[in-house]
Ligand binder design. Structure first.
Ligand SMILES: Cc1cc2nc3c(=O)[nH]c(=O)nc-3n(C[C@H](O)[C@H](O)[C@H](O)COP(=O)(O)OP(=O)(O)OC[C@H]3O[C@@H](n4cnc5c(N)ncnc54)[C@H](O)[C@@H]3O)c2cc1C
Length: 507
């Protein structure tokens, strides 16, 4: 039974979503709330989700988690960006690096200077003007203010980490802040006869766990929001047709890169995520274009070190939950939708759902207007990330049937307009609270082969020799700066090396 004056929150599921939610609620909520998490070892977690974006630092900082302690506990490495190999066509590569590219001059964004320099034939790739990318490719790492000049920016970073260890770390954190964990398999969801709200979940043991608010972190199955409440699923597989993945860990390699690598293959792509104790790998593919056996063979053939286990299959449908918040149930994590991990956005979506929950935090009564606004914000956020991921696929010049299909598909209107605007005039406008910045869109559109036809008038007005000198100066400044940074592996050894661990855990 719930206590009379306490709002009782039940978190269903203890994967990354469940324990991130538990940690945040345990940390931020006062004594008027009780938080209980139910998870089942019989079911386990999805066991992937190792690459992140820099926003995760805000989550950890908000919880007061010490960065180096977190890195040690999760066998983490630093991540300065994502490299895309062969995505435009075989033999090409570019990076979506975190942080700025170039430097704005006056009112004019850098991409306008770059595109003019590109058309004139003297500008390099976007990475020549990006500190993160120069450091990433040189295998360097540094945190904090620049070492050479005040005008040089700091490098934003994210992490690669072991998802199982992160969940375990957050579990300790949450339990120390009063979150109660219950091990048990949920067999039934009980609902109020009149309102339809969920009143309790029933475990196989017979125990009934009642609550006022339920947070569904049950993974792709969406036990409460989907199965019990029937919140529908908006299927996006016509834009993102990959529907399967195989994940496999391999031994750590000497080339310990501070970035994720994503390599395009004939019917999908392969990830490579270097951790301190091993490398995480996986193949995302479309089952209409390649068999499971062929995908597994190709995954293993492209590892750069011996595999530590057999590839583990995962099936999914890209899309989003029609209502992420329905009745008194809010979906967080995979129960709220799935986007393939090309831009490492799922853990960010968990974090952003948690901050929305804290902002709208319902007590015993739920205001329909708040629920509607929560759902609107959630849908907008996911749709814009979807567009960003589709962007990588559609601008390809590859030859295989899978890639031709993606090149020829009808795009979401919001994406088609954005590509056309950039192609024509180099303009990119970030809308509202969408996740990816103008700089991120610029890097991917340029990396996928677009050079805008015209530039902003201010960039057109600058004498060509001055423009070239300006671009060369940025490159020289950043190259000198990152030249002072230590190697990524040395940096970790000095600041945050994890204890040696038994190798062979699932990816
Ligand atoms: C191939 C692949 C690669 C990915 N890579 C990345 C990445 O690099 N970066 C990133 O940000 N994200 C990535 N993701 C997404 C990421 O893995 C998830 O967002 C994250 O793990 C959260 O999962 P979850 O907690 O929602 O679900 P799960 O990990 O599946 O957890 C579900 C929980 O619910 C419990 N549960 C389910 N049913 C019951 C029941 N009946 N009774 C009791 N408990 C139950 C389970 O025991 C478990 O504890 C990837 C996803 C896939 C599929």
């Amino acid at each position: 039974m719930t206590q009379a004056n306490t709002v009782s929150i039940v978190i269903v599921g203890g994967g990354t979503a469940g324990w991130m939610t538990a940690a945040a609620l345990g940390h931020f909520l006062d004594r008027g709330f009780s938080v209980r998490l139910i998870e089942s070892e019989d079911i386990g977690t999805i066991g992937v989700g190792e690459a992140t974006i820099p926003q995760i630092r805000m989550f950890n900082q908000a919880l007061g988690i010490d960065e180096d302690a977190f890195i040690q506990a999760t066998q983490a490495s630093f991540k300065l960006g994502i490299e895309f190999v062969d995505w435009l066509r075989p033999g090409t590569r570019y990076m979506h690096a975190f942080g700025d590219v170039g430097r704005p001059v006056g009112l004019c964004a850098f991409q306008h200077y770059w595109s003019r320099g590109k058309r004139a034939g003297f500008a390099g790739g976007t990475g020549d003007y990006c500190l993160n990318e120069l450091a990433a490719y040189a295998g360097k790492m540094h945190r904090g203010p620049a070492l050479t000049a005040q005008t040089v920016p700091q490098m934003p970073h994210a992490y690669h980490f072991d998802a199982g260890l992160y969940a375990a770390f957050l579990r300790r954190f949450a339990e120390a802040r009063g979150v109660i964990r219950t091990e048990g398999l949920i067999e039934a969801v009980l609902r109020h006869g009149e309102t339809g709200d969920v009143t309790a979940v029933q475990l196989r043991s017979g125990e009934v766990v009642a609550g006022n608010l339920f947070i569904d972190c049950s993974g792709l199955r969406a036990l409460v929001i989907g199965e019990a409440l029937g919140s529908g699923y908006e299927d996006w597989s016509h834009w993102l047709p990959c529907d399967r993945a195989l994940a496999v860990p391999s031994e750590r390699v000497a080339d310990f890169t501070p970035y994720t690598r994503s390599t395009a293959h004939d019917a999908g792509w392969q990830w490579r995520i270097p951790l301190q104790h091993r490398t995480g790998n996986g193949r995302v593919y479309c089952s209409s274009f390649i068999s499971d056996e062929a995908a597994a063979d190709s995954l293993l053939a492209h590892l750069d070190a011996p595999a530590l286990a057999d590839p583990r299959p995962i099936r999914f449908t890209t899309g989003r939950r029609a209502q992420a918040w329905k009745h008194n149930v809010i979906a967080v994590g995979l129960s709220s939708g799935f986007l393939e991990p090309l831009e490492s956005t799922s853990i960010h979506l968990i974090q952003s759902a948690i901050s929305r929950i804290l902002a709208f935090l319902p007590g015993r009564s739920i205001a329909p207007a708040e629920r509607a606004e929560y759902n609107r914000q959630t849908a907008f956020e996911m749709e814009r990330i979807r567009d960003f991921i589709v962007l990588h696929y559609t601008l390809n010049e590859r030859d295989e049937p899978f890639w031709r299909h993606l090149r020829d598909m009808v795009l979401p209107g919001s994406l088609a307009e954005r590509i056309e605007l950039f192609r024509q005039s180099g303009h990119i406008f970030r809308e509202g609270t969408e996740l990816f910045s103008e700089v991120a869109w610029f890097q991917v559109m340029a990396g996928q082969g677009i050079v805008p036809r015209t530039s902003h008038a201010m960039a057109e007005a600058i004498p060509e020799a001055d423009l070239k000198a300006y671009l060369d100066t940025i490159n020289a400044l950043y190259t000198r700066e990152m030249g002072r940074y230590p190697a990524h592996a040395d940096y970790i050894a000095r600041h945050c090396a994890a204890q040696p661990q038994r190798i062979g855990a699932a990816a």
